[in-house]
Design a protein around this ligand. Structure first.
Ligand code: IMP
Length: 510
């Protein structure tokens, strides 16, 4: 821990966010810094679509709403769900129950009174819209993010503070519901599908269904009045709390999703509905991004993942992988039944991708969907610096320890129909040395790789950078140079101690 504390000695606000399509292992680092450094841990974006995995005493805890610092509540650490978060009170109450049952307290957990409130109609709309989109679906997590943030910008959304004022809450839920029922009554939406979706456990197991008006206002109001009572004491003006702590406390901001899923900077439209860059995260807890002293961007290496639909140039196994992972009924268990023995060095890219997924346990923390797997991509990593940091933590590096050969994408070749992108004209064979956040272009890009020999030995016990195998150090240096990033830490296993702080000047030849 000492080297990490040294690294943070002159900052008191640190942000941890992901530079890819999410799922880069932020939870471990938030937990680690929460234990040793932070006084306050705050989330400021996303919602229950995020899944944060924390390991403790051989057990895995997956949280969706509460920050990953929650397991340190008993030590007086404050956890905050900021104003930028879409708060699903059902999911929060379920998580509080899970924490209590596991013997963890949440006495210092606070929810911003300004956070956006997720309602059953948001979850319902998210799911039925996805169903209607067919081939054009986004592959959302079904947690209502699109509709709740649409309501926010349409100025018809509710906020957590409404839970504290029952009369107003009823009026606002009613107004919001009228609007949604009108929408859902359109012939585009199949009443039978709506009825079926409403049977989901996240939607009250059918309690919110009403045969006359689609959604039952009374049932929703009753449920939300109940949530209000349950979380009343957690609701605070958290912005004031954070502003008052800026000079006296160490504050850790925990990002959700990743830069490539950011609604503005990501691979639109295959993105989430809120911002994942530093500005959104800081704003979502009531800070200015300039107040953040250090931003650490998580970069999974030496493979990457993506959940849901959308372009993924370096996907191992290409379309076959995307199709396999995109099947609605696909689960980890089903994949293991079919491919348990898949070889990480298989000459068949599809099987190789499956093997990496199994080895890295790459199944959605929120949805349990298999994550699509691809090679590290220098172009995308470089692109992600633009809206955020070049200070990077390489995560899950131990996963490919038995791989003979590792690829890193260094260039794309455009293989699609003629396409104008701003001032550029792309034709078959156009070479791209920089990623562009355009789904049409990315869909038609063929990756060109640099190949490197693997390091072929376990590394989880290594604590010093100099003790890592030579092939791995070369790989890290090459990736750092190609992707123009400064590697500050390396994660070599899920446990907090399985972390290496990279000394300054690591890019020197070894
Ligand atoms: P939504 O955020 O549920 O609307 O989903 C939009 C896209 O973002 C889908 O491709 C999801 O799979 C993806 N997504 C949302 N949250 C996460 C996350 O925490 N990790 C990885 N992908 C995510």
């Amino acid at each position: 821990m000492q080297p990490i504390l040294q690294m943070l000695h002159d900052v008191n606000i640190v942000a941890i966010l992901c530079k890819q399509w999410g799922d880069t292992g932020k939870g471990k680092f938030v937990d680690l810094l929460a234990a040793e450094w932070a006084d306050i841990i705050a989330r400021g974006n996303g919602g229950a679509n995020a899944g944060h995995t924390i390991c403790r005493n051989g057990r895995q805890f997956i949280t969706h709403m509460v920050p990953s610092g929650i397991l340190h509540d008993a030590d007086g650490k404050i956890n905050v769900i900021g104003r930028g978060v879409a708060l699903d009170p059902r999911a929060l109450c379920e998580e509080l129950e899970m924490l209590s049952q596991a013997g963890f307290s949440y006495d210092h957990l606070y929810v911003s009174h300004q956070a956006h409130l997720v309602l059953p109609q948001h979850l319902l709309l998210d799911r039925v819209r996805e169903g209607n989109l067919g081939e054009a679906r986004i592959g959302t997590t079904g947690r209502g993010q699109g509709p709740v943030f649409s309501d926010h910008v349409a100025r018809s959304g509710l906020i957590v503070n409404d839970l504290l004022n029952p009369d107003l809450l009823v009026k606002k839920i009613k107004a919001n519901l009228v609007d949604k029922v009108r929408l859902l009554s359109h012939p585009d939406y199949d009443p039978e599908v709506i009825k079926e979706v409403l049977q989901h456990s996240h939607l009250g197991n059918g309690d919110f269904y009403n045969s006359k008006s689609i959604l039952d206002l009374d049932a929703i109001v009753e449920a939300y009045l109940g949530y209000g009572k349950r979380i009343k004491d957690l609701i605070r003006d958290t912005e004031q709390l954070i502003q008052n702590s800026v000079l006296t406390k160490n504050i850790l901001l925990e990002g959700a999703q990743g830069i490539l899923l950011d609604v503005d900077y990501g691979t639109y439209p295959y993105v989430t509905a809120s911002g994942s860059c530093l500005d959104s995260l800081a704003r979502g807890v009531g800070l200015k991004s300039e107040q953040v002293g250090l931003t650490l961007g998580m970069v999974k290496a030496f493979y990457i993942t993506r959940v849901g639909e959308g372009p993924f140039p370096t996907e191992i196994g290409g379309d076959a992988s995307a199709k396999w992972c995109g099947q609605p009924e696909m689960t980890k268990e089903r994949e293991l039944r079919c491919y348990r023995g898949a070889d990480i060095n298989s000459p068949d890219p599809f099987l190789q991708g499956v093997a990496i997924r199994i080895r890295g346990d790459e199944y959605g923390a929120t949805t349990r969907r298999p994550r699509r797997v691809g090679w590290s991509d220098s172009l995308m990593t470089r692109y992600s610096h633009w809206p955020t940091t070049t200070q990077v933590v390489l995560t899950k590096v131990d996963v490919l320890s038995e791989m003979d050969e590792i690829n890193i994408c260094s260039e794309y070749t455009y293989e699609g129909p003629p396409y104008r992108y701003a001032q550029h004209e792309y034709r078959i064979g156009t070479r791209l040395r920089h990623a562009v956040p355009d789904s049409f272009v990315l869909k038609h890009c063929e990756p060109q790789y640099h190949r490197y020999p693997g390091w072929l030995q376990p590394i989880s016990g290594t604590r010093d950078y100099a003790d890592l195998p030579l092939n791995l150090r070369r790989l890290i240096q090459n990736y750092a140079v190609q992707a123009e990033m400064n590697v500050r830490m390396i994660s070599v296993g899920p446990r907090p101690e399985e972390t290496i702080v990279v000394p300054d000047g690591y890019t020197k030849a070894v």
